[in-house]
Design a binder for this molecule. Structure first.
Ligand SMILES: NC(=O)C1=CN([C@@H]2O[C@H](COP(=O)(O)OP(=O)(O)OC[C@H]3O[C@@H](n4cnc5c(N)ncnc54)[C@H](O)[C@@H]3O)[C@@H](O)[C@H]2O)C=CC1
Ligand SMILES: O=C(O)C1=N[C@H](C(=O)O)C[C@H](O)C1
Length: 262
């Protein structure tokens, strides 16, 4: 069954994610909604160099969202836009659509709205939707159990233009029970896509667990994995850790396909 996808955001990340969705044989990019008016009614596929027409680009001011979702139904919305977009697609849950949100830093009221939507449909929210970073989080939690007295610092590195502190780093701090104001160190240089390092300091050794995204396609592959995983889920708020930890715990069972990290 082909999964019909609606994408919010076509910026640094969304434009790359769109390409991954178009390339995926099990997904069809139905439309892309964004705040930027350029390329309205053009196709993401053409802008990305594909020959066929897929993923019509829609300027968000040109649509009545409720009418739009009724006339252009999708199975899942993938959100790589901004915190405020959740209010635009709130009505989509009436049509049974699932949600994968990759917004890294939500305003409080926007996240509360996303939580409300999860009472009506399945919502997967992940500030870092790569398979690798979620493995880093599981590995860090395991190491903290083994070395409970270690000093721990989190270092996050991103491109110069990223204004907010990494939502991933804040999530790692939360998972490790660390004060995010004390133990998250940010570096903003050049065009770094995203690097997260958890440093465990012991008296006689230092252990570093590092994940680095080299290409935003990693976020697209993670979002597609999440979209496929959430298809069979009932309403509720899910995390990428849950999606992956279930796979990781079942990964040695013969009927489970191991995670194909590409
Ligand atoms: N969870 C993850 O693994 C990742 C999350 N992100 C997050 O994705 C978001 C976007 O990041 P970038 O692509 O770098 O930003 P960007 O500023 O380059 O692109 C944002 C896009 O969203 C659109 N947009 C913004 N607000 C909108 C709204 N209310 N309705 C419709 N469209 C809207 C803009 O027109 C633009 O196309 C950020 O929150 C970022 O932290 C980015 C990479 C990975
Ligand atoms: O803004 C980005 O680009 C990224 N944001 C996410 C975050 O804030 O954690 C994830 C990734 O590192 C890239």
């Amino acid at each position: 069954m082909t999964i019909k996808v609606g994408l919010f955001g076509f910026g640094r990340t969304g434009s790359v994610v769109a390409g991954e969705i178009i390339r995926d044989s099990e997904c069809e990019l139905e439309w892309v909604i964004r705040q930027t008016p350029s390329h309205h009614n053009e196709y993401a596929s053409n802008l990305l160099g594909f020959d066929h027409l897929e993923g019509k680009i829609i300027h968000f001011k040109e649509v009545d969202f409720d009418q739009f979702f009724k006339e252009n139904p999708v199975d899942v919305i993938i959100d790589f836009s901004s915190s405020s977009a959740v209010s635009e697609y709130a009505s989509v849950v009436k049509h049974g659509c699932k949600i994968v949100s990759a917004i890294s830093n939500y305003e409080k009221n926007d996240f509360e709205q996303l939580e409300m939507l999860s009472q009506q449909t399945a919502v997967l929210y992940s500030p870092n939707i790569t398979v690798g970073i979620n493995f880093l989080m599981e590995a860090s939690k395991l190491l903290q159990k083994i070395a409970p007295h270690a000093d721990i610092e989190i270092i996050e590195e991103h491109f110069r233009g990223k204004k907010d502190v990494s939502g991933t780093a804040l999530r790692i701090a939360e998972q490790l029970g660390l004060d995010k104001n004390e133990h998250v160190n940010s570096i903003r240089v050049g065009g770094i896509v995203g690097k997260h390092e958890v440093v465990f300091g012991l008296p006689n050794q230092t252990i570093r667990i590092i994940h680095e995204s080299h290409n935003r396609a990693a976020f697209g592959q993670g979002a597609i994995y999440a979209a496929k995983w959430i298809m069979g889920k009932e309403q509720g708020l899910y995390s990428m850790e849950e999606a992956l930890s279930l796979m990781m715990t079942q990964s040695n069972s013969p009927q489970q396909e191991p995670i194909a990290i590409r």
